[in-house]
Design a protein around this ligand. Structure first.
Ligand code: NAD
Length: 352
């Protein structure tokens, strides 16, 4: 088992350090590990957010544990030096097109949710986000000058096979859960989304045992915040999935609680917390490492079929939460807070 660790920028480094401690404790000498720069660290090391040496290591790794990329104000710099491009290019190069984002509310964190306990208790929702297409990759794109006026252009683009591919992943995953799939689009306004809706509806007929419906993204975001437990699996194009899963994160108490798995055709996957590099709290040892640690559990489950080890980590996280330990983001008022490394250490100690 060859695992590549890509800490990236900001709190990415702090939280992956904790997740790597857990992985190493669970796998011992069964796995080998390499580490490489990406994002702002890639630019610093090799002048590009995805250095060729990092990509080569990613191509040969069996699984990748990723932190986060992004530096303050980076959106204002040249596009080819933007940290986020490192991750976008990596996902595309490795053809990791299916991004699973489970939003699970641990009973211990019911009070940390942004919604009332009765609306979110026992929430177990999966957002499946398409990851290789949409407006994030479509061309033409850019900022140009037309008739003396600056104009920004991006292109929302999906081919039918790309939609079919993610729809099959979604319906199969729904079969392994609550057999309910809601596809999200904006077919009332956008042609790309008409194609999305028509295609997903057609594929749905192959899965008659899965309860299926469509929602426009505006209605879906409203329903997610009104009555989140009506959903089991939400299938979404790249951009809407990005946004809806961040909203779902707040239902689980904090964005610091949400892991993710990005997978393609084989067993290789990239596992990362849903959150970003959080420059506002970077370097302070206060970030919540649990999303990264739970991402390590997803790595063991999806890439290596180590269900028991994944469950061990998830049990350890629950027992740490049950013991009352909290990082600042999930502490609420009047509770003592622990730092990133202490939280990681507690999960390590709770592994059994
Ligand atoms: P963010 O997720 O980094 O932070 C949003 C808020 O959540 C901040 O207040 C932050 O302090 C808090 N937060 C995030 N993770 C936390 C954790 N583990 N524990 C406690 N609090 C946490 O999003 P942002 O501020 O919009 O973006 C910051 C940078 O990260 C930008 O450069 C952005 O492009 C990048 N980003 C990267 C990824 C990625 O690498 N996958 C994802 C999203 C954003």
């Amino acid at each position: 088992m060859n695992i590549l660790i890509l800490p990236g920028d900001g709190i990415g480094k702090e939280v992956t350090a904790q997740a790597a401690r857990i992985l190493k404790a669970v796998l011992g000498s069964e796995a080998t590990y390499e580490e490489a720069p990406i994002g702002g660290e890639g630019v610093k090391a090799a002048g590009t957010p995805l250095p060729p040496a990092t990509l080569a290591l990613a191509q040969k790794a069996d699984a990748i544990l990723f932190g986060a990329v992004g530096l303050p104000g980076d959106e204002l710099g040249p596009r080819d030096k933007r940290p986020g491009l490192g991750l976008l290019t990596l996902r595309r190069e490795l053809k990791l097109y299916a991004n699973f984002r489970p939003a699970i509310l641990y009973p211990e964190l019911v009070d940390a949710s942004s919604l009332k306990p009765e609306l979110v208790r026992d929430l177990d929702l999966m957002v499946l986000r398409e990851l290789n297409g949409d407006i994030y990759y479509g061309t033409p794109r850019g900022i140009s000058v037309e008739n003396g006026v600056r104009v920004g252009i991006n292109t929302m683009r999906y081919s039918e096979p790309e939609i079919e591919r993610i729809a099959h992943v979604g319906f199969k995953a729904a079969r392994g859960r609550g057999r309910k799939l809601c596809s999200v689009d904006k077919a009332n306004v956008l042609e790309t989304m008409v194609l999305w809706r028509e295609t997903v509806q057609r594929i749905a007929k192959e899965y008659p045992d899965v309860e299926f419906r469509n929602l426009y993204v505006d209605a879906a975001s409203m329903e997610l915040l009104r009555a989140p437990k009506q959903f089991d699996l939400i299938l979404a194009p790249n951009m809407f999935g990005d946004i809806l899963s961040d909203a779902a994160a707040m239902l689980t108490g904090s964005i610091g609680m949400l892991p993710s798995a990005s997978i393609g055709e084989g067993n290789k996957g990239l596992y990362e917390p849903v959150h970003g590099s959080a420059p506002d709290i970077a370097g302070k040892d206060i970030a919540n490492p649990l999303a990264a640690i739970l991402s390590a559990a997803m790595l063991l489950r999806h890439s290596f079929g180590r269900e028991e080890d994944a469950a061990r980590i998830e049990r350890a996280v629950r027992s740490v939460l049950a013991s009352g330990l909290r990082t600042a983001d999930i502490a609420g008022a009047g509770r003592e807070k622990v730092g990133t490394a202490a939280m990681g250490g507690a999960v390590l100690a709770a592994l059994r």
